[in-house]
Design a protein around this ligand. Structure first.
Ligand code: LLP
Length: 422
């Protein structure tokens, strides 16, 4: 069951709520619209997939979407959190996440943030030699031993856009696997500061073949065998995030959370490990649409354009990664509307400002609603205020069909506040 559906008469619904009605009632500007029940269903799919695996942790990657209400909901459903900055850590703690289900990741963690992580008792991933030194210092300042995992770069090709590939040799993330012994010796040298509890890898994002996870897991359990052979009691295998979703709405059968977990289940059992996974996109992307209005339609040279009020400022994935996100109108086109090929563009002063290229759509009237699908992950969290297009408001449809604002839209006055008292 998916939250966004087209009715036979051509209107888009979020659960049982007509998107057009939400547009008319709540906002005159672009906004993000989520389905709260879909968030729940996505978490349940992971939980069901993990049944039978003891002490596993679903570490939701907060970078994908850091809306506070959404975080509280995910925490309530039992998720942990994966963090890449001190502010993400603070936010997770405010949202009530259990620190023992939180993992602090990153190739450039700063001392101040590591001290907070140490004080709170979250897992910390070791990314480099200097990172290990900083974690040792943080442990001393906090007066607490830190549970660490080694982020190993298994050198597996995730077969994705180079900007979202991370687990290959030339990536800036993780330790080179041939340096493993140096890190084991360094941990041994700091028994009062570090406790090695596991190994971590993250291959990349938008991965659509589970074999890639399996190949990496095979390598990772070999590293764990090596680590255990030296007397370390490591219990955790963290295989990161990265499961892709069906952005194309093509009906293609993509791997599910269950397919992902099933592909590593036996390996995890065979070594009696606790599994940590770090999904971001696959938990949140498909729960949301970015809702826009058509400002007008124009033709230049040989190109037709639908100009909308939203832009690359609110949703940058198409501009940044050439990412495809499905686009459709929220209401039926008038019978006479001609279907053409359009680039869907925003008002920002950049030729890179497009939400979709070469889309077949009926020519929409001014004011028609147009949505960009699968906008729950890496859209609002990557939004900027370029051209002073302020960050949009967010709403969700609740279980009972009511629509609630879950984040205020930023305003011009919010912007002027940065200059008060200067
Ligand atoms: N764990 C680590 C260590 C990560 O670096 C990431 C994402 C995740 C987990 C979550 O991965 P996911 O399940 O969401 O694929 N902005 C890009 C994606 C960047 C992903 C960064 N790391 C995009 O919009 O496609």
């Amino acid at each position: 069951q998916h939250c966004f559906t087209k009715s036979p008469d051509g209107f888009l619904y979020c659960e049982d709520t007509k998107v057009q009605d939400v547009m008319e009632k709540v906002e005159k500007r672009p906004f993000y619209l989520y389905s709260k029940p879909q968030i729940t269903r996505n978490v349940e799919a992971y939980k069901e997939a993990l049944e039978g695996l003891k002490n596993s942790i679903i570490g939701y990657a907060i970078k994908a979407n850091n809306n506070f209400k959404i975080l509280q909901h995910l925490r309530m459903l039992g998720c942990g959190a994966v963090l890449v900055s001190g502010n993400e850590l603070k936010l997770a703690l405010r949202a009530g996440f259990d620190p023992t289900k939180c993992i602090f990741n990153g190739n450039g963690k700063i001392l101040e943030d590591l001290v907070l992580a140490a004080q709170e008792g979250v897992f910390v991933n070791v990314d480099s030699e200097f990172d290990l030194e900083n974690i040792v210092v943080a442990a001393r300042i906090a007066g607490r031993k830190v549970n660490v995992l080694l982020r190993i770069n298994p050198d597996v090709d995730p077969q994705v856009h180079p900007y979202v590939a991370t687990g290959n040799k030339n990536s800036k993330f993780g330790i080179r696997n041939e340096k493993l012994q140096w890190f084991l010796d360094a941990v041994k040298a700091h028994p009062n500061e570090l406790k090695l509890v596991g190994a971590h890898c993250h291959l990349g994002s938008t991965i659509t073949k589970v074999d890639i996870f399996r190949d990496a897991a095979v390598l990772m359990v070999n590293y764990i065998d090596e680590i255990r052979a030296q007397g370390f009691e490591v219990d955790y295998l963290n295989i990161g995030g990265g499961l892709g979703i069906d952005y194309y709405h093509s009906g293609a059968v993509l791997p599910t959370p269950r397919d992902l977990i099933d592909t590593v289940r036996e390996l995890v059992h065979s070594r009696n490990l606790n599994l940590i996974i770090e999904p971001g996109r696959s938990l949140i992307a498909n729960t949301c649409c970015f809702v826009n209005r058509v400002t007008g339609v124009k033709t230049n040279g040989t190109k037709n354009f639908i100009v909308i009020d939203g832009s690359m400022a609110e949703l940058i994935r198409p501009s940044l990664y050439d990412a495809y996100q499905h686009i459709e109108l929220v209401s039926p086109a008038p019978p006479a509307a001609e279907v053409s090929t359009f680039d869907v563009v925003g008002p920002v002063c950049e030729s890179a400002d497009f939400l979709g290229k070469e889309r077949e759509l009926p020519t929409p009237a001014k004011g028609t609603g147009l949505v960009v699908h699968d906008a729950g992950a890496y859209c609002m969290s990557m939004a900027s205020t370029y051209n002073l297009k302020m960050r949009p408001p967010e709403y969700w449809v609740e279980e009972d069909g009511s629509v609630t604002k879950i984040r205020h839209g930023e305003t011009f006055e919010d912007h002027m506040r940065f200059f008060e008292g200067l």
